[in-house]
Design a protein around this ligand. Structure first.
Ligand code: NAD
Length: 441
């Protein structure tokens, strides 16, 4: 099929690359000309494992193209995905300006029937607003005919494992309302995703509003598990229990399962913080309250102060002239994405207290340097830690899992190792001479 994807970011590029891999003819359009130039020069504007190879293969086969030209993209795709950003507004609600601007731009160029698929994470009712923008543009051009159907197909991929998630989805949620176009649209979407439904049906069909809400409910549920475990970990610390044992003990219960039960720095990233905030705001807008999700957010905010509090216990409130090392800046391993990364709040608090911060991240340092220009980026985990008073492991990249703790200890000026991901065994770190701090152990 011919597919167009508006927004060549983490979701748009993975969706485009994977659909091209399945044999579809894909055109990705982005308003950022520099991004499109990079893509057209065989580069990638983001880091995602496997994406470079996937793109190279499909570029070579002529199945994927990149443009800034909306007219060309609208002409090309019989199905047009919207995959632009929906960041938080100041009040926490989702900022829909990019989604609605894209709808207006598509409307300007529509000449024949297209399925408009909203893949961005958007509050309930957005499909209707997209539809209105499209229709307004058609009306301006004097076109009364129904030239589109707006449907919802939220994305559940995880950065760092995005290609695997897209190619092996647990489920594909499609929200499609009753309309004269229902059968045509249903058939097109069945065809588009047919390779995923061969073994057993993975597509869950529902109405548009339910699909929009499903995405927020999924992220809020995952965020809830994280905050819940962080509270259990903090209690374990106070009571002398080990949160890792508790995690295994509850995860073995089939009703609970093992996923998303790790205590740590609190969630960050491009989705959970903004999506929980938006869900809370959506409820307020309709006179209701998301009490659980509000608590989840409060616990998460508190968790981010944990590291700094532990350091203050050791060094006092004035950290002037003391060097600290941070391992892992991206919000999770295997991405360069710094949006809402827990490292930002942690580093900023250290800098505000006068500390000198050196950091290392296998892929995220370029992005991190844009946000935290006062941090010295080091070329290895060891060089970041050289002469440091404390090291904090913030993001659990594989590169930090088996470091030589004795060598590390010898290179440092101090002996504090704050392991916010519970990677090392306390006995091992203590044997290497560290004053070792982890979460809930
Ligand atoms: P992103 O910021 O990486 O990419 C968005 C792209 O859209 C950017 O390249 C931007 O230049 C482009 N864009 C903005 N306005 C445009 C316009 N008018 N015309 C053309 N291009 C335009 O964002 P992302 O992380 O890919 O997220 C996109 C959406 O998917 C968001 O709603 C997000 O919540 C959702 N989502 C993200 C993830 C994730 O892991 N990143 C997972 C699931 C869902």
């Amino acid at each position: 099929m011919k597919i167009s994807i508006v927004g060549a970011g983490y979701v748009g590029l993975v969706t485009g690359g994977c659909l091209a891999e399945l044999g579809h003819q894909v055109m990705c359009i982005d308003s950022d000309a520099a991004k499109v130039a990079t893509l057209n020069a065989a580069g990638l504007p983001i880091y995602e494992p496997g994406l470079q190879e996937l793109m190279a293969r499909n570029r070579a086969e002529g199945r994927i193209h990149f443009t800034t030209d909306m007219a060309q993209a609208v002409e090309h795709g019989e199905v047009i995905f919207i995959a632009v950003g929906t960041p938080s507004k100041e009040d926490g609600s989702a900022d829909l300006q990019h989604v609605l601007a894209v709808a207006t731009q598509i409307g300007r160029h529509l000449k024949k029937f297209k399925v408009i698929v909203n893949k961005s994470t958007v509050p309930v009712g957005t499909a209707y607003r997209v539809q209105k923008c499209l229709q307004d543009e058609l009306n301006k051009r004097g076109i009364q005919e129904s030239l589109f159907e707006v449907i919802s197909n939220p994305e559940f991929l995880k950065e760092g494992a995005a290609i695997k998630d897209f190619m092996h989805p647990d489920r594909i949620v499609i929200g499609l309302d009753a309309s004269p176009n229902y059968n045509t649209v249903h058939q097109k979407m069945e065809l588009l995703y047919s390779s995923f439904n061969r073994h057993h049906a993975r597509t869950i069909w529902m109405d548009v509003r339910s699909a929009e809400l499903t995405k927020y409910a999924a992220n809020a549920m995952l965020a809830t598990r994280i905050s819940f475990m962080n509270e259990i970990a903090n209690l374990a610390d106070l009571m002398g229990a080990d949160v890792d044992s508790v995690r295994r003990g509850i995860g073995a219960d089939a009703r609970i399962g093992h996923g998303f039960l790790y205590a740590g720095t609190g969630y960050g990233g491009s989705c959970f913080p903004k999506d929980t905030r938006a869900l809370i705001q959506t409820a307020l807008d309709c006179g209701s309250q998301m009490k659980v999700v509000t608590a989840v957010e409060n616990v998460n905010d508190h968790q981010k102060t944990l590291l700094v509090n532990r350091l203050i216990q050791n060094f006092g409130e004035d950290l002037s002239g003391l060097k600290f090392a941070i391992w892992g800046m991206a919000f999770k391993p295997n991405t360069d994405d710094m949006r809402d990364a827990p490292s930002i709040a942690i580093v900023q608090t250290l800098l505000d207290a006068g500390a000198i911060v050196h950091a290392h991240d296998p892929e995220g340092m370029e992005e991190a340097a844009k946000i935290l220009p006062d941090v010295v980026m080091a070329d290895s985990a060891y060089s970041a830690a050289q002469d440091a008073y404390a090291v904090a492991l913030v993001t659990e990249w594989d590169a930090y899992r088996a470091l030589d703790l004795k060598k590390l200890h010898a290179a440092m000026a101090g002996d504090v190792l704050v392991d916010l991901r519970n990677i090392y065994r306390p006995e091992e770190a203590q044997a290497a001479g560290f004053n070792y701090v982890s979460v809930g152990r």
